[in-house]
Design a protein around this ligand. Structure first.
Ligand code: AMP
Length: 457
């Protein structure tokens, strides 16, 4: 099936064709027709599934219908809300690509850069606005934007938006958008908050669900490697040397950790850069662009900064620090294996990560086989107590507006982790049995102040 059956206008189809897409992704196949007909859409799709085109193409179709009218360019007629600046920028890029045969103007509005340029852009006239909630509210308060003519309203990554504490901002924005409109809401996961928001802002929506949203994309190979915390950097060097890792996205839990990893890799001759919320927007964009163009082999990111990263051809994602949120795990590994490409996700697991690993197993419904990395022997010092482990573990994690609260049940022992793997991918890889190493890891944990803050010990 091609794209011609959805009722999209010729110019929009030309844009799709120019992007090189021939077959719609599952979310596109499900959403494009009802969305093009003007229905409200509630879409459940994880990152990397092609959801951007699923809402951008119908939006372009609708706006192109009155292409020649004097109304065009005068007021924003479509508004896309995204949780992060990077995602806003990427949605804008998608709109520009798919809409290149249309006479429509697009602009983005987000914090971290001056308001003047955005005010100028709004004064000049624009049809589509991609915005993050905070800066959009600033413009609304300064009366530099008028949302009275919005016909299409999109909430992208709604779960992230609410998780970052934007619910009140979103409500304020919704209150200023006309009631007569088409609304599309996309979310990777469904929580009671998302469902409640959807029921308030959507009218008789058409639901589209592109598969089980807790399931990682099938083309991503996932590996979990055991390492003491203090040997993570050694393991990272080992992995970067021993595997064909061309374009690598590494996740660190903290901003300081991200800088430190990047600096240490640079010192050992691996081109790398870091992206986190302490960096200015131009710095973030420069890092992302450098990574995209292959200037940097490695990009080290925190979860918050990485939310909008859409770089094609990321061969590997490495979770240097395991995410506390199982949901973040899916978002992280979804940065590779995009649009059907294959990808590898590697997660470093230390003795204190067992609860996080269990949450991932529970969330994805799949066992995580934790193994020793072939040929890697942690240096001697790693047998010392973890107190002296990598300093970034003690730094504050990068937080969204509202830190999420986890409730963990105490679980005994490590024995339930992962079935023993056949070790077929790396030949001769030994499965790691947590249960057998119980004693030393218990000792490490009791020394780790960080572990205490989020496990039940
Ligand atoms: P998204 O989930 O919207 O961030 O899209 C993930 C990636 O898939 C992006 O790099 C898109 O350019 C790409 N993509 C979207 N739709 C298609 C398609 N039908 N065929 C091939 N690639 C696509």
């Amino acid at each position: 099936m091609g794209f011609t059956t959805f009722g999209l206008s010729d110019q929009v189809l030309q844009g799709v064709h120019a992007s090189g897409y021939t077959v719609p992704t599952p979310i596109q196949a499900l959403a494009l027709r009802p969305a093009t007909e003007g229905r409200d859409i509630v879409g459940s799709a994880q990152t990397g599934t092609g959801k951007t085109a699923a809402f951008v193409l119908p939006m372009l179709h609708r706006l192109s219908a009155n292409n020649g009218s004097p109304e065009r360019h005068m007021h924003p007629r479509a508004l896309v809300l995204t949780p992060t600046r990077e995602l806003a920028q990427q949605v804008q890029d998608a709109v520009t690509t798919y809409g290149k045969f249309l006479d429509l103007r697009t602009g983005s509005i987000y914090g971290g850069v001056g308001m003047q340029g955005q005010i100028k852009m709004l004064r000049r006239g624009v049809d589509i606005i991609i915005a993050t909630p905070g800066r959009l509210l600033d413009h609304m308060q300064h009366k530099t934007i008028d949302l009275k003519h919005i016909q299409v309203f999109v909430l992208d990554e709604a779960d992230r938006m609410l998780g970052m504490g934007f619910i009140d901002d979103v409500r304020k924005i919704v209150a200023r958008v006309p009631k007569e409109r088409q609304t599309m809401l996309f979310s990777a996961t469904t929580s009671p908050d998302v469902t409640s928001l959807a029921s308030q802002i959507l009218r008789n929506p058409h639901s589209v669900d592109a598969g089980h949203h807790h399931k990682p994309v099938a083309t991503i190979t996932q590996s979990f490697y055991m390492t003491p915390t203090s040997s993570k950097m050694d393991l990272l060097h080992h992995v970067l040397k021993s595997e064909k890792l061309e374009s690598v996205l590494i996740f660190s839990r903290t901003k300081r950790g991200a800088d430190k990893i990047s600096q240490r890799l640079e010192r050992s001759g691996i081109n790398s850069t870091a992206i986190h919320s302490n960096r200015t927007q131009p710095q973030r964009m420069k890092a992302l662009e450098g990574f995209r163009q292959g200037k940097y082999r490695v990009l080290v990111a925190t979860d918050i900064a990485a939310r909008g990263i859409d770089v094609d051809g990321i061969s590997h994602v490495i979770n240097y620090d395991i995410p506390r949120d199982a949901e973040d795990y899916l978002h992280r590994i979804g940065r590779t294996g995009r649009a059907g490409a294959s990808g590898d996700a590697i997660t470093f697991v230390s003795g204190e990560d067992r609860d996080a690993l269990r949450r991932i197993e529970k969330f994805t419904g799949k066992r995580c086989n934790v193994e020793a990395y072939p040929g890697f022997k942690p240096p001697e010092r790693s047998t010392a107590p973890e107190r002296s482990a990598a300093p970034e573990r003690r730094a504050a994690p990068e937080r969204a507006h509202t830190p999420s609260v986890h409730k963990h049940k105490k679980k005994s022992g490590y024995g339930n982790f992962g079935s023993h793997s056949s070790g077929k991918r790396h030949g001769g890889k030994k499965p790691f049995a947590f249960g057998k190493k119980k004693k030393p890891f218990k000792r490490m944990e009791s020394f780790s102040s960080d572990a205490k803050s989020w496990s039940n010990n």
